[in-house]
Design a binder for this molecule. Structure first.
Ligand SMILES: Cc1ncc(COP(=O)(O)O)c(C=O)c1O
Length: 427
């Protein structure tokens, strides 16, 4: 940064002073707002209240007459496999319906890989020395916690509008046997809202990998979470694409109804080719006798299939679209044209990604916190919590009511401008 001239410095000091005064006024409001996690708001949860009565008293049989109260049906009930099959465009036989959390299924996948190996592993990952996982960034913080927990080394992969930098992904996967996988959120990525291009999907499926058991963690958490009725991206099937290139065991697909029905009481699934399904069931049969099939049954009755899900997601969009649009409107008005500051304008998913002036995100987070607004920690969207640019802040607009969100976004803008002014004054 160039040193400031004396006139520029004086102007900037007066601007910073003005921003500090605006900031103090916000502090006087004694706010206590939380925009740190992408949670559905109560109105969204209300959309699924009929879940609670979707299985009436005395009802416990699925469409095949199976008693959902009892043990058994380890891979889930057919009715719910059909729902996920329609949602993900994957044959029902390639789906295992699990408990309430796809994150748990991902954790279990790493545990299985480390302890036993995956379908194409010649040995467990725990016997492979230090393994590496490619982490498109910014990304989902909990993906990183899971992989860090198992001791894998995470390698940052920059993202652009088409998804991860595929030249880099291909090079690392081809050259290094210890690179065992990649973490992908292909539709409305968390937090940038990026939708992978068809070409990215194809290249991930086709690429040569030094590790025979290179695995694509295909976390399709937001595949039906469109904000606008006229934009519904549909990606090629990763399972089909991988099959074309003879890499059938490469992808493991995850999804859940957490942000469709009830975030803490949804149903999750894992989908894969036949060999991988066998590999998963071999371990699953040891770890559980069956998942909660009554919850699967009520979800199947409530959601019914593709049409039911689309209708429900359209109702979600009606509730959360105004929140996204209001936040974006405030960002455009308050931050438009500010050098070094930009943000994403997603068409779906749960987040807006804000890029403050590099070197200021932690300071923005601190200013917001001290004025009563909790944001996701700066750096959380990067492995080890380290954003090399110290710029990214993940904004989760769905949970707070509109009025609170408005205040929080206005405060955030002041903090971004104030932190930028402070930084410029350091020069
Ligand atoms: C990309 C992504 N995957 C998974 C999850 C968690 O899903 P689940 O509730 O099914 O564990 C989230 C939640 O924020 C997410 O953003």
């Amino acid at each position: 940064m160039q040193p400031l001239g004396s006139v520029e410095r004086a102007e900037l000091q007066s601007r910073a002073q003005q921003l500090r005064e605006e900031y103090e006024k916000f502090k006087d409001k004694h706010l206590s707002l939380d925009m740190s996690r992408g949670k559905p708001c109560p109105k969204q949860l209300d959309l699924s209240n009929d879940l609670l009565t979707a299985v009436g008293p005395g009802q416990y049989l699925d469409d095949k007459g199976e008693d959902c109260r009892n043990y058994g049906l380890l891979s889930g009930i057919e009715d719910m496999k059909r729902v996920f099959s329609e949602m993900l465009d994957i044959p029902a036989k390639n789906i295992i319906v699990g408990g309430n959390s796809s994150l748990t299924l991902m954790f279990d996948t790493f545990a299985r890989a480390y302890m036993k190996g995956l379908a194409s592993s010649s040995k467990p990952w725990s016997q492979c020395g230090k393994i590496k996982i490619l982490a498109p960034v910014p990304g989902y913080d909990r993906h990183f916690s899971v992989t860090e927990y198992f001791g894998a080394e995470l390698i940052n992969i920059p993202m652009d509008q088409n998804g991860p930098d595929m030249d880099l992904v291909e090079k690392l996967a081809r050259e290094d046997e210890s690179v065992k996988g990649i973490l992908c959120v292909p539709v409305y990525s968390n937090p940038d809202g990026i939708v992978y291009s068809d070409e990215t999907v194809r290249r991930l499926a086709a690429m040569d990998c030094a590790a025979d058991d290179f695995t694509i963690i295909w976390d399709n958490a937001y595949c039906v979470h469109h904000l606008y009725p006229d934009y519904r991206p549909k990606l090629p099937s990763i399972l089909e694409e991988c099959k074309k290139y003879g890499h059938e065991t490469r992808p493991l697909v995850f999804a859940s109804t957490s942000k469709i029905t009830m975030a803490g009481s949804g149903v999750a699934c894992i989908a894969a080719n036949d060999a991988s399904i066998g590999n998963i069931l071999d371990t699953l049969k040891i770890s559980t006798i069956s998942y909660d099939k009554m919850n699967q049954l009520r979800h199947a009755r409530f959601l019914r299939g593709r049409e039911g899900i689309e209708k429900l997601m359209a109702a979600h969009a009606e509730i959360i679209r105004p929140k996204f649009e209001m936040a974006l409107g405030i960002f455009r008005r308050e931050l438009g044209g500010l050098p070094g500051v930009h943000w994403t304008e997603p068409k779906g998913g749960y987040f807006i990604s804000m890029y403050a002036l590099p070197g200021t995100a932690k300071r923005v987070h601190q200013l917001c916190r001290e004025a009563g607004v909790t944001l996701t920690a700066a750096g959380a969207s990067f492995p080890y919590g380290v954003d090399p640019q110290d710029s990214n802040l993940r904004i989760a607009p769905t949970y707070p009511p509109l009025e609170e969100l408005c205040l929080a976004c206005e405060l955030l803008c002041i903090c971004i401008k104030l932190a930028a002014a402070e930084k410029a004054l350091e020069a």
